[in-house]
Every structure is written in structure tokens, then in C-alpha cells.
Design a protein around this ligand. Structure first.
Ligand code: IVH
Length: 689
């Protein structure tokens, strides 16, 4: 294909892909399947790889991510990102309106109008557009300065890489110059649950907000892309008409290609505001994302500056927060669960009760320290709460209503499944300021130490191996696995592949047909990728994303076994805790035996053949990019070097063989010249490709 043709097709594909993005993410009216969408994107990526000079930073291919960011640079916000003052009381909202009215009156204004919006429960970010192009995105941080996370934000389909400007000189003047958009990145409730499903139990996020915050800080933008984040805009600054009221700005944001959530309302009086709050108090549970209140903003933006702000929050806005959803019920009993890693978890059996749109009959009590803290006994009336968290929790005991006969909840001495004496590992040396929830948890949990013999752990490991994000072995459910373990037919996943039709058909509730289905599913599981097998092994702390990372760094089980702890700890997103856990796993005799059985059965013990190189033009080169590139996105350019046999290095040394210098290249360029390293321009770089 010649370049002119490619250019045409690329332009068409980009427009087409952005249109489908819009239909899917903004209008919730998809016209094509995910599969068809992926095909369009693949075609675009292939063309851009063939003609790298046609790549642009606003191409939708940028959204798949891929670059690794080692450290996020700090950005100072042009204007501080304030937070809002919160209240749980409608009376205080009325006070706020009265205060604003007085201030506005003193300023000589008329009766103020307000815009009521939903308060999205996500993570606040700021986006900077220059002449319609996204140039920078950052977190709120402490309000004054945050982290620059542009690479991660680019992957979010509802963040426009280029602002829409549907013709008309007036509108063009609107998107020209510098524009700042603020809003909230969030994860939908269903995507959040899917994400948690593929994570190790001890690393699950408590709620979508935490998951969002954790995701935005990932170094690997391809993983951010996979997690399907969304963005909703609620603030626009820098447009030509500085007097445009907030309501009009929300509309403007929509025509530029942003989602605003659409559920906002212009209110002229307190009754309208109270109605809006009332209307959404139940309706918000029907939304696919979490909201925790209503934000009220003065519509007349020209008054914002004049009213000013206190140290933390502006005087022209307030947030009303809905009270956490609580319900009262009875704790009828406590059952002890033994996880696949031996963790003992007490689970509350509750009298079924309705809460925030669903019926709750079970809830985790986390651990025995939590039970002690709550002072709860079997038979007690308890309050349960859903606040952000998807899983409800017991928050308090209604002591006034304690019945005469209640039973204490004792820490069991023995594992309910295998009778082993339970242990509590000694406290790890944890720095007091740690936010590592894993480490905090290991301090308070009891464990069954019988890794090899405990049937609950065996069942848990096999079920994990077969789960959807692991090897996805259909038909291998809880009751079947329980029988296999009970009858000694399988102790680990490796044994599954030795099962015969007769053995399976001899089990309870198993017809010959379903037995054959299980065998077929097992056969199919041998074709899953190596990274999925790594996840399926159930190594502590190794979730699906970490497994992909590992598969990349160590493309075979043998390599992984032989890689030192230090080397593993140096892999992005792995670190010392996971590295140590991987070493522990390979040292276990039962794990070694299982791996042998899996290898014998023909499971993928190594990665699929690596992608073929595009050409060898950069073979033997150690390349570094410095300064701003005109026609390439840095990460893409680096990938192109790798695809052509080259290596990317992060600092200039004598070993560096090539420096690609863009505009305003600084100290790295100087150093390269000093060391006599070859320096080329972006044009020369393109010729080399
Ligand atoms: S306006 C100066 N509007 O709430 C105020 N904030 O405590 C700028 N939030 O940091 C924020 N939904 O993360 C605004 N519709 C909305 C919002 C919203 C959620 C968050 C935001 C902010 C926090 C304020």
C-alpha cells in the first residue's frame, strides 16, 4: 500500500473508532461488537506500524497503552484543586444558600441560581488541552501539586485526546488556546467486581474508588487500559467567554466530547434543591457507578472569584453527602472459612435483610480482632452498612437490645476442616506508616498451617486453578471438586489431568455426558496462554496482572524458578513481597510435584513464541530519547526501536550508542555530546526505521 492510501485509510479508521468509542462510552448505544471494534483497532495499529510517520498523539491507538512509567513527575496546579465542604444535613444546605444569597446581595447581584449535580465517588483529576489536544493529565494530589499521569489517562476512552469542534469559528475559538477540564475518573461497579475476581483474595480492593486510585498509579499503562476506567467532567476553565455560566459550561463540555453524567439540574430555590437530593437518594443505586451525594454550585461563574474560598474549599459550592446505608438485623451464627492460602475468616450468618437495593444474609467479619473490637456475640442485634463498599459489613452492636442469652465467639483452636492447630504468624516488621493492607492483614489473621493436607486448602487451590480468569475450566464446580478431594482422586490441579471417564462418571450427580464435558474442558484448558497458568498456580500475592508481568519478564517456568529474588523484585509492579512469595512457592515440595504433573500433562510451561521483529535496523543499539518529539509519542517511538531489535536505556552512559534528540533537549543531550555518543534528529530517526 502506498503512503497516500494508508493516510486515507488511517484517517477513516480513526474517525470510525472514535465514533464507536463515543457510541459505547458516552451514549451507551454500541453499534458493533467488541470483537469488531478490536478488529478496527488492530487494523489501525498495523497501518501505523507500517507507516510510523503517520502516527499522531491523538490517534485512538494510543489508548491501548503499553509504556512503562517509572516515576510520575510532579505538576503544580495552575489553580489549586480545592475540595468541597461536606454536610449530611439539609438544614446546613439551606444555611449555605442563605449565606450565598447575602454575599451575592452585597456584591449587587440578584437571586442566585444553583446547579445541582451528582457527587461521583472516584478520583479527581485535571486535564490540560492545548489547541484542542490533550497535553497533560494529573491527579489532585494535595490540591496544590499532583502527579502527572498522562500516559495512564490517555487509555481512558471517555477522555477525548482531541476536543470536538464541530466547525463554526466561534466554537473553534472556544477550543483554541489552553483549556483545563476537571472531573472524576471512576470504575463501574460491574468492572470493579470483574477486576476483584481476578485478584488474589488478600489484594482485593474494598470499593471502586480505591480500585480507581490504585489503577491510576500503575506504572504499566496497558494494564490501566485493560481495567476499563471512565471519566466524567464537571469543571471547565479557559474558554473564550469567561462569563458563561456553569450550566452552559457543562453543555459545552458535552459538545467537546466529554461525559457529564447528564444528571444535573438548574435550581432556583431551596425546594428544587431538596427535591433533587430526595429524588437521587434511592435512584442512585440504579446507576452503574457509585455516587455518594449531591454537589451544589452557584451557576453564575463570575461570582465564584468574588466569593472566593476558605483555606480548603470554595464558598460558591457545597457537597451534601447521603448518610451511609444501614440496616438492623440479627447475628444468627458464625461460620469459619478456610481459604486456599489457609487464612481463617469468620463469616457472619445474618437474618436476611434488605439494604441498598439487595438482600443481605452473610457478611465477612474479617478476623477475630475485628470481632473483639465490635464486642459482638451470637444472638446480638447488629447494624450492617454499605458505604462505598460493595460487600456490606457489620459496623456495630445494638447493645440496648442484647437478648438475655447470647454466645461468645471464640477463636477456634483447630482448623474446622483438618483439625490442625491454628497459628498466627509473628508480627512482621511493619513500618508504622505503611498502607500495605496485606501486611496489616497478616498481623491479625489466623492460619491453618497444614498446606499440604488440609482439604479446604486443596479445594481452594483447585477451584482457583479452574476459575474464569485462571484456566477457565468449565463444569469444574464446587461440588465436583469437593468430591474429588474427599475421595482422594485429586490433591492438586496436576491430578485433574489424570482423571478417567470412569472415575468421573462414578461420582454423585455425574452422568456420563457431564463426565465427558469435564474431560473436554480439561483438554481445552491446555491451550490457554502461559500467563494464565502462572496466575492459576495460586502463588500468594500473584494476581492476574502480576502474572502477565511475570510472564513477560520470565517467559518460562524454568526461567521463573531460576530467577533470583533480587532480579524478580526489580521487575516493574513486582517488588520484594511478591518476589519472596514466588521463591517460597518454588521451594515447596507439593508445588514442585504439581508442576511436574502439569508439565507432563502438556500445559503451557512457557510463553508463546515472541512477536517477530519488524526489521533489524536497530540491532545492537542502546537508544535514548530526549526532548519533545514532534510526530511521535515517546512510548510508541521506544516500542518501534524494540520492534526493530534495539534496546531502550534510561540514562546516557558510555554504553549508549544513539541519542534521538527532540526539541528543547537538555542535560541528556549535553552528556551525550560530551561522551561522544551519536546524536540524531527525529527526521533521521524516521529514516532509520
Ligand atoms: S466540583 C472546587 N463536582 O468531590 C470544587 N466535585 O470534596 C471542585 N466530586 O475533589 C469540585 N463529584 O473529587 C465537583 N460533580 C462534582 C463532583 C465532585 C465528585 C469530588 C471531587 C472533589 C471532591 C470534593
Amino acid at each position: 500500500m502506498d503512503k497516500a492510501k494508508a493516510q486515507q485509510e488511517i484517517a477513516k479508521l480513526r474517525a470510525e473508532i472514535e465514533r464507536h468509542n463515543r457510541l459505547y462510552y458516552l451514549e451507551a448505544k454500541p453499534e458493533i461488537s467488541d470483537f469488531e471494534f478490536d478488529k478496527l483497532l488492530e487494523r489501525l495499529i498495523a497501518l501505523e506500524q507500517e507507516f510510523p510517520e503517520l502516527m499522531t498523539p491523538d490517534s485512538p491507538s494510543q489508548r491501548v497503552g503499553g509504556g512503562i512509567t517509572k516515576e510520575f513527575p510532579t505538576v503544580i496546579h495552575r489553580e489549586p484543586m480545592l475540595s468541597l465542604s461536606n454536610t449530611y444535613s439539609i438544614a446546613e444546605v439551606t444555611d449555605f444558600c442563605n449565606r450565598v444569597e447575602k454575599l451575592v446581595e452585597a456584591e449587587g447581584g440578584g437571586t442566585p441560581e444553583y446547579v445541582a449535580e451528582l457527587k461521583f465517588d472516584g478520583v479527581a483529576i485535571s486535564l490540560l488541552y492545548r489547541n484542542g489536544l490533550l497535553v497533560r493529565g494529573s491527579t489532585r494530589g494535595d490540591g496544590r501539586q499532583g502527579d502527572e499521569i498522562t500516559a495512564n489517562l490517555r487509555t481512558i476512552p471517555s477522555i477525548p485526546l482531541r476536543l470536538d469542534s464541530p466547525g463554526g469559528s466561534l466554537f473553534d475559538s472556544v477550543v483554541s488556546g489552553e483549556i483545563e477540564v476537571r472531573g472524576e475518573v471512576y470504575m463501574r461497579k460491574d468492572d470493579f467486581e470483574r477486576l476483584n475476581d481476578e485478584r488474589p483474595e488478600e489484594e482485593r480492593f474494598a470499593n471502586p474508588r480505591n480500585a480507581t486510585a490504585g489503577t491510576l498509579k500503575l506504572q504499566d499503562s496497558a494494564e490501566v487500559a485493560r481495567r476499563r476506567m471512565h471519566f466524567v467532567a464537571y469543571f471547565l476553565k479557559g474558554i473564550a467567554d469567561e462569563t458563561a455560566p456553569h450550566m452552559q459550561r457543562l453543555r459545552q463540555l458535552e459538545s467537546m466530547g466529554f461525559a457529564t453524567g447528564k444528571h444535573y439540574k438548574l435550581c432556583k430555590e431551596m425546594t428544587g434543591i431538596a427535591d433533587f437530593i430526595e429524588e437521587w437518594s434511592e435512584k442512585r443505586w440504579t446507576l452503574p457507578y457509585e455516587t455518594d451525594g449531591v454537589v451544589l454550585k452557584l451557576n453564575d461563574v463570575t461570582l465564584w472569584d468574588r466569593l472566593g474560598a476558605t483555606a480548603k474549599s470554595p464558598r460558591w459550592a457545597i457537597a451534601y453527602k447521603y448518610p451511609a446505608q444501614q440496616a438492623k438485623t440479627v447475628l444468627q451464627g458464625v461460620v469459619i472459612q478456610v481459604g486456599r492460602l489457609g487464612t481463617i475468616t469468620p463469616v457472619a450468618e445474618l437474618k436476611p435483610v434488605k439494604l441498598a437495593g439487595s438482600t443481605v444474609s452473610r457478611s465477612t467479619l474479617h478476623n477475630f480482632d475485628e470481632i473483639k473490637r465490635l464486642g459482638v456475640r451470637v444472638g446480638d442485634h447488629v447494624m450492617i452498612e454499605k458505604s462505598g463498599e460493595v460487600i456490606p459489613k457489620v459496623v456495630s452492636v445494638v447493645l440496648d437490645e442484647r437478648p438475655d442469652a447470647t454466645d461468645a465467639i471464640e477463636v477456634p483452636m483447630f482448623c474446622p476442616e483438618c483439625g490442625s492447630v491454628l497459628v498466627k504468624p509473628p508480627k512482621k516488621d511493619v513500618k508504622p506508616q505503611t498502607t500495605d493492607t496485606q501486611l496489616q492483614k497478616t498481623e491479625v489473621s489466623w492460619y491453618c498451617p497444614n498446606e499440604e493436607g488440609c482439604p479446604a486448602q486443596k479445594r481452594g487451590r483447585i477451584l482457583h486453578f479452574a476459575s474464569r480468569n485462571a484456566l477457565d475450566i468449565q463444569n469444574l464446580g464446587e461440588s465436583l471438586v469437593t468430591q474429588l478431594v474427599e475421595r482422594g482422586l485429586a490433591s492438586d490441579a496436576g491430578d485433574l489431568y489424570k482423571l478417567t471417564l470412569e472415575q468421573l462418571a462414578g461420582l454423585d450427580r455425574m452422568a456420563a455426558k457431564s463426565a465427558q464435558n469435564v474431560l473436554d474442558a480439561l483438554e481445552k484448558s491446555k491451550t490457554r496462554p502461559y500467563a494464565r497458568l502462572l496466575f492459576a498456580l495460586g502463588i500468594r500475592h500473584v494476581g492476574a496482572a502480576t502474572a502477565r508481568e511475570l510472564a513477560h519478564a520470565c517467559p518460562s517456568i524454568d526461567r521463573l524458578r531460576d530467577t533470583s529474588e533480587e532480579e524478580l523484585a526489580a521487575v516493574p509492579d513486582i517488588g520484594p513481597v511478591i518476589a519472596a512469595s514466588i521463591r517460597d512457592f518454588f521451594a515447596k515440595l507439593w508445588a514442585q510435584a504439581m508442576l511436574e504433573k502439569l508439565a507432563e500433562a502438556g500445559l503451557p510451561m512457557q510463553a508463546e513464541a515472541a512477536k517477530a521483529l519488524v526489521n533489524n535496523n536497530f540491532e545492537g543499539q542502546s537508544v535514548i530519547f530526549t526532548g519533545g518529539l514532534e510526530r511521535h509519542v515517546r512510548q510508541q517511538a521506544e516500542e518501534m526501536v524494540r520492534e526493530r531489535g534495539g534496546r531502550i536505556v534510561s540514562s546516557v552512559s558510555k554504553k549508549t550508542t544513539l541519542v534521538v534528540a527532540g526539541s528543547e533537549a537538555g542535560s541528556k543531550l549535553e552528556k551525550a555530546i560530551k561522551l561522544g555518543v551519536k546524536v540524531i534528529s527525529e527526521d533521521e530517526f524516521e529514516r532509520m526505521l
